[in-house]
Design a protein around this ligand. Structure first.
Ligand code: C2O
Length: 570
């Protein structure tokens, strides 16, 4: 693996002072690489685009991004551009069987989309099976006018947080499906694909760095710290925030955080460290990796510090406990938007209201789960008690475009759960009266919610305690949403009086508080089939998802465009 890695001191604004409308073009060869195991001798075969993480896509706001994906791997693959709105390009969004059939081994597909009206740190990842574990990378959109709405940093660094398995993730996923179990916890956490104590960031004293932190882990939220340093958060999910001072960053799978770090400590070496945030209650001991991953932040030219003649180890930050929900919640709820002229403001009149439970429940094995224990219930994940299954013959967008949903999806995703109950009271829920109505006995379904073009949609996402409370990072494709309020317990009407309609954070992925709720709002002005799902892959794969079918608008440019000619066929 490559060794030390200098934080680039970029002329961030000068090169960008010209108006941009360029095309940024990449070719991604998705292939099989031989990669070292972590902390064990030998190599394994992984599927990746050149390495882990894969290439960084760098663009300016308003650019067109063109990525030719050539699938030289043995697996079906698609790539999703996480957080990109895909206005007018719904066929380029990428989730397998939602907006396209997968790119088969030996085939190719070209994604074309523009990055307009968005700035900041996003990312790309495989959106088929669990391949995201190794097929991911950063997608950075710089302001076309050249200036950030915060003091210009002296340099910047991409910091991709990940999870690593010393195994072929697709095979692990297959085994988990057949047996109705979860994949084992990760063998290690990684920073820029590197295990503990391997990655290095060089900094100059008295300089400020913009860290573009991306949580690419399949299943784990992280606490992030750098010993001896604090941060000013300036953006999350490529939406500017009111500058937020903190010594700990909390980041759920799918989220990004842009934070300024002043290199103002005594010159020396400091550990950057990530540890997991475990929101599940009851905590499933043994179900997660308690290790940390560190990288070294090294001041250029600092004399090595010594300790009794030995070179001293870098200083370590003190990490929160894995179950520190108070710290997680403090960070998650502390962010507000930086209100800037010309940026979207909260729509005040709501057209469509939904109340959607999100959580885990119990079901029985499906016939095709051939090694499943049929005498015991297995975990499923649901939204309003519907466990989502992807279609198998045609993508949802294909079926919608062809006006032939029959046999592919139905338009009856419910606006509320089948029964109202005490959602977050963990005592005896499954044994009680709600159990019969809420144990998902049938097969998973493929239900979508149609939305009128331009409707303002408010969704309350309510976590349940049926099988255990847990913070689910819910991601919406095709849009950012405003996060108007969040809290613990059951959402009540009174809470609606405390909606932040002035400067709520905008995100594409919100960590619904464990045993709590969140109110989000967005304008359905982007026709297409947009996935909303938990960004924990082991919950997505057992059904924690639904789809919004945003209808066409009145003008030609608000109608679904025809599919590109090279769109993969099923
Ligand atoms: Cu980042 Cu549907 O995914």
């Amino acid at each position: 693996m490559p060794g030390s890695w200098l934080i680039l001191v970029l002329a961030v604004s000068s090169a960008a002072a010209l108006a941009h409308a360029a095309t940024v073009e990449h070719t991604f060869n998705v292939g099989t690489l031989s990669w070292p195991r972590i902390c064990q001798p030998g190599n394994i075969s992984i599927t990746a685009v050149g390495g882990v993480p894969g290439p960084v896509i760098e663009a300016y706001e308003g650019d067109t991004v063109v990525v030719h994906v050539i699938n030289d791997s043995p697996y079906d693959v698609t790539i999703h551009w996480h957080g990109v709105f895909q206005r007018g390009t719904p066929w380029a969004d990428g989730p397998s069987m939602v907006t396209q059939c997968p790119i088969r081994p030996g085939s190719r597909y070209t994604y074309r989309f523009s990055v307009s009206g968005q700035e900041g740190s996003l990312w790309w990842h495989a959106h088929s099976s669990f391949l995201r574990a190794t097929v991911h990378g950063a997608l950075i959109i710089r302001p076309s006018a050249g200036a950030y709405p915060f003091p210009k940093p002296d340099g910047e660094a991409v910091v991709v947080l990940g999870e690593w398995w010393d195994a072929d993730i697709v095979l692990l996923e297959r085994q988990a499906f057949l047996s109705g179990t979860q994949i084992p916890s990760a063998d290690a956490y990684t920073i820029n694909g590197k295990p503990n104590q391997t990655e290095k960031f060089s900094v100059r004293g008295n300089s400020t760095y913009l860290l573009r932190i991306i949580n690419a882990a399949l299943n784990t939220a992280f606490f992030f710290k750098v010993a001896g340093h604090t941060f000013t958060v300036v953006a999350a999910d490529a939406s500017y925030t009111t500058p937020y001072e903190t010594d700990v960053i909390v980041i759920a799978p799918g989220q990004t955080v842009d934070a300024l770090m002043a290199a103002g400590a005594t010159p020396g070496c400091y550990y950057m460290e990530i540890s997991s945030y475990q929101s599940a209650m009851p905590l499933r001991l043994g179900s997660f990796n308690i290790d940390v991953a560190t990288a070294v932040v090294e001041y250029v030219g600092a004399a090595p510090t010594t300790d009794g003649g030995q070179q001293a180890a870098p200083a370590r930050p003190e990490m929160p406990k894995p179950t520190d929900t108070a710290t997680a919640n403090g960070f998650y709820t502390g962010l507000t938007a930086r209100v800037l002229p010309g940026r979207p403001t909260v729509p005040l009149a709501v057209d469509t209201r939904m109340f959607v439970t999100v959580g885990l429940g119990l079901s029985s094995c499906l016939p095709e789960q051939t090694s499943c224990n049929r005498s015991a219930p297995e975990a499923v994940a649901t939204m309003n008690n519907e466990s989502f299954a992807l279609p198998t013959t045609t993508s949802l967008l294909d079926a919608r475009y062809g006006k032939a949903p029959g046999g592919v999806y139905t338009n009856d995703f419910p606006d509320r759960p089948p029964v109202a109950f005490d959602y977050t009271n963990a005592t005896g829920l499954l044994a009680g009266g709600a159990a019969a109505a809420l144990s998902s006995t049938g097969r998973p379904t493929t239900k979508v919610r149609a939305l009128r073009y331009n409707a303002t949609v408010e969704v309350v996402l309510q976590n349940t305690a049926l099988l255990g409370r847990e913070s689910h990072p819910m991601h919406l494709h095709g849009f950012n949403f405003f996060v108007l309020a969040q809290g613990f317990g059951n959402y009540g009407g009174a809470a609606s009086e405390q909606l932040n309609l002035v400067n709520p954070q905008q995100r594409n992925t919100i960590a619904v508080p464990t045993g709590g709720w969140v109110v989000i709002r967005f304008v359905a002005d982007n026709p297409g089939m947009w996935f909303m799902h938990c960004h924990i892959d082991s919950h997505l794969s057992i059904g924690l998802a639904m789809v919004f079918a945003v209808e066409d608008g009145p003008t030609p440019d608000t109608k679904l465009p025809p599919p590109p000619p090279d769109l993969p066929r099923c």
